[in-house]
Design a protein around this ligand. Structure first.
Ligand code: G3P
Ligand code: CA
Length: 242
């Protein structure tokens, strides 16, 4: 059964990586959410995609130079393309984990440390997962495969998957070498055969970002482990009628 993971929440219709987007995804029936984490200057894990706040908020500058409280004073829906009356803020990972206590959502945490390496990001994320006993509800991914390896060592009970956007020879072997349980490839670099073979080796395949109906349909019919989409509502509705 293919599960639906909402990319940065229901980011096609709500401001990305905000509680509003995560709540909308859960209400739409998504099995889980995907989000991006970085560290503030005072060491808080915050949920934001870019290394700067410029694209998504009314502020300017590097995420790593903000304190948690100054970051949370910014409007996270400032540049959102659709009308969105309510002011949204950048959530902390703790706020997301608190919200998850009231539902059964899975959470794919992407360690956004492929540009800046955040000191002890892996340890901080692992400590929080254990504190909330979310070992079975979290999937960790990253484009930084060294960081992913570190996560696998300190948090072996949690599912992990390398993100990648270029051709990879025998990705199931690569995942096994890393001791990761899955792969998160960009859609355009994988074929049906590659998905099938990888899954036959017991490695989960969760491609991103699947927004077109025809791609969703193909992956559902292949029984791919998951799809990562900006439009969870559309995916959930389609899955029901297939
Ligand atoms: O998890 C898939 C996807 O989130 C990776 O790319 O740039 O949207 O974080 P990006
Ligand atoms: Ca991401």
């Amino acid at each position: 059964m293919t599960i639906v993971l909402a990319h940065r929440g229901a980011s096609g219709t709500k401001p990305e990586n905000t509680m509003e987007a995560f709540i909308a995804a859960e209400r739409a029936g998504a099995d889980g959410i995907e989000l991006d984490v970085q560290l503030t200057s005072d060491g808080e894990i915050v949920v934001i995609h870019d290394t700067t706040v410029d694209r998504t908020t009314n502020g300017s500058g590097l995420v790593k130079d903000f304190t948690r409280s100054s970051l949370q004073n910014l409007k996270a829906n400032h540049h959102f393309k659709h009308y969105f009356k309510k002011a949204c803020k950048i959530p902390t990972l703790i706020e997301v984990f608190d919200w998850m206590q009231g539902n059964e959502c899975l959470c794919n945490i992407e360690l956004k440390n492929n540009i800046f390496s955040y000191e002890e990001l892996e340890e901080k994320v692992a400590a929080l997962i254990y504190k909330y006993s979310y070992e079975k509800r979290i999937i960790i991914s990253s484009f930084n495969h060294l960081s992913l390896q570190k996560m696998i060592e300190i948090c072996p009970a949690v599912e992990t998957a390398p993100l990648y956007n270029h051709y990879l020879y025998k990705p199931w072997e690569y995942a096994s070498t890393l001791q990761a349980s899955g792969i998160h490839p960009k859609l355009k670099i994988i074929t049906n055969d590659l998905i099938k073979t990888t899954m036959e080796f017991g490695i989960h395949v969760r491609p991103y970002t699947i927004n077109k109906r025809r791609d969703m349909k193909r992956l559902f019919q292949l029984n791919c482990s998951a799809i990562i989409t900006d439009f969870p509502e559309k995916a959930v509705k389609l899955k029901k009628v297939l």
